[in-house]
Design a protein around this ligand. Structure first.
Ligand SMILES: [Zn+2]
Length: 445
């Protein structure tokens, strides 16, 4: 084997064939081979032996709102990608809204890439945005390398990113289907939201009542119908309502091209535990009841839910007012997704190979990142090294994202990220982060 510069060795490496002792040979940032644990280390290669700590493929988080440029006081590429590196994530895909400009034209994409390039501590890709008036921009954005297009079916929260009605959705889906693109959808039906009781309140129950399950269920039903009719590929973002799982399972079985994600907050936090005024727990769709959470875990076990991603969507503290109706909706969890999910997964009898399937392999497949998501020859040498048994208590002061607000403050979680590796280089060494070396990713390169 030529030019191996690094061998990363552990008694527990998670490969597509399972967890085993192995030595990962890295050459030029790429995995050259996955060898037996006691394989001879090639001359000139550095050996890093992490003992019994588990080596996972670097996590892929395909749902991150970086907000840079334009709302960098909320978050930015420097801080978001540092949080990712600290949390074992080696690739993020940035959402097209909340930054100014939004990623809705090729020109805007280039603005965002130029801002991200010098700040990226992990690899960064971009979703484009589908608006009522930018159908003509979708093909050029696709050609320019976005991984797909996000749209809303109800108001997004920012005026520069309006939602699509069913007719506009159909037009965009037809356009995207023409080049086998992917539409990722915030699926809440505006009519159900408008009909739900809306009141100014610091009580979580009032907020929950304002974002009913039916809003999700109806939007997903309509989306599946459109995807079936137009032959388009669609993805349901941040599923909260477990009622929709049978609909999605049936559509998949029928051959409709639909996938779905859920998020750490829906899978580890419950409506019952949210204190009055605690709007760090506010997001849309909302965190629902414990019984709903149990059903979402069943959806993961059944393989209906394809991936778990953060939907990290921060704001400044002043926008997190105690009134749930007016507070900014978004939960900050980029750095904590892996330990949050692992803590709950192990309690429910899942193992780390499941977590890797949901948080690395699944999101990589969703975005078509074929060099990511697995430890095998030919993929990028991106790794997270985890002590799965160690615990820590979440201290917001130790988080890397810009506004250190989080719904997980004070929680004791299992799973300490010991180091993170990107293209064969250690970018996080026990919480000490290296200078930026992330790359900007474009579809098909
Ligand atoms: Zn989001």
């Amino acid at each position: 084997m030529v030019d191996v510069n690094l061998v990363l060795r552990s008694t527990r490496v998670i490969t597509p064939e399972g967890t085993r002792p192995a030595a990962i040979a890295v050459s030029g940032g790429t995995i050259a081979a996955v060898l037996p644990y006691d394989a001879e280390v090639p001359a000139g290669a550095v050996l890093e032996d992490v003992g019994d700590d588990v080596v996972l493929p670097g996590l892929v988080d395909s749902h991150v709102h970086v907000n840079d440029p334009g709302r960098t006081e909320w978050e930015g590429f420097w801080t978001a990608t540092r949080a990712a590196a600290a949390g074992g994530i080696t690739t993020i895909v940035d959402m097209p809204l909340n930054s100014l400009p939004p990623t809705t034209t090729v020109e805007n994409l280039r603005v965002k890439q130029d801002v991200a390039r010098p700040k990226a501590h992990v690899d960064v890709g971009f979703w484009g945005g589908a608006l009522p008036d930018n159908v003509k921009d979708l093909r050029p954005l696709h050609d320019a390398g976005v991984y797909g297009f996000k749209c809303f079916l109800s108001p997004s929260g920012v005026e520069e990113f309006p939602e699509l009605d069913q007719e506009q959705l159909a037009r965009s889906l037809a356009e995207i289907a023409g080049f086998d693109g992917l539409m990722i959808v915030h699926a809440e039906d505006p009519h159900h939201l408008a009909a739900a009781p809306q009141k100014s309140s610091s009580q979580y129950a009032d907020f929950l009542a304002s974002r009913p399950r039916d809003a999700e269920n109806t939007a997903i039903t309509n989306l599946i119908d459109q995807a079936r009719r137009l032959g388009a590929r669609v993805h349901v973002l941040h599923l909260s309502s477990s009622d929709a799982l049978p609909l999605i399972a049936a559509a998949k079985a029928e051959g409709v091209k639909v996938s779905v994600e859920s998020c750490p907050h829906f899978l580890t936090l419950t409506a019952e535990e949210i204190p009055d005024g605690a709007t760090e727990f506010k997001c849309c769709p909302p965190i629902r009841e414990a019984v709903n959470q149990d059903a979402l875990w069943q959806g993961l076990a059944d393989g209906v839910i394809d991936c778990i991603v953060s939907d990290h969507s921060p704001s400044t503290a002043d926008l997190k007012t105690p009134d749930f109706s007016s507070a900014w909706g978004g939960i900050s969890s980029l750095q904590l997704g892996l330990p949050a999910i692992w803590t709950e997964a192990r309690r429910r009898g899942f193992d780390l190979t499941d977590v890797v399937r949901w948080m690395s392999e699944g999101p990589a497949r969703l975005a078509g990142l074929d060099r990511k998501g697995a430890i095998e020859a030919g993929r990028d040498a991106d790794f997270a090294v985890l002590d799965p048994d160690a615990t820590f208590t979440v201290d917001p002061a130790e988080l890397q994202h810009r506004n250190r607000i989080t719904a997980y403050a004070g929680k004791t979680l299992h799973g300490v990220v010991k180091s993170t590796w990107l293209h064969g280089r250690r970018i996080n060494d026990g919480g000490t982060l290296a200078e930026p070396s992330g790359r900007l990713l474009e579809r098909n390169n």
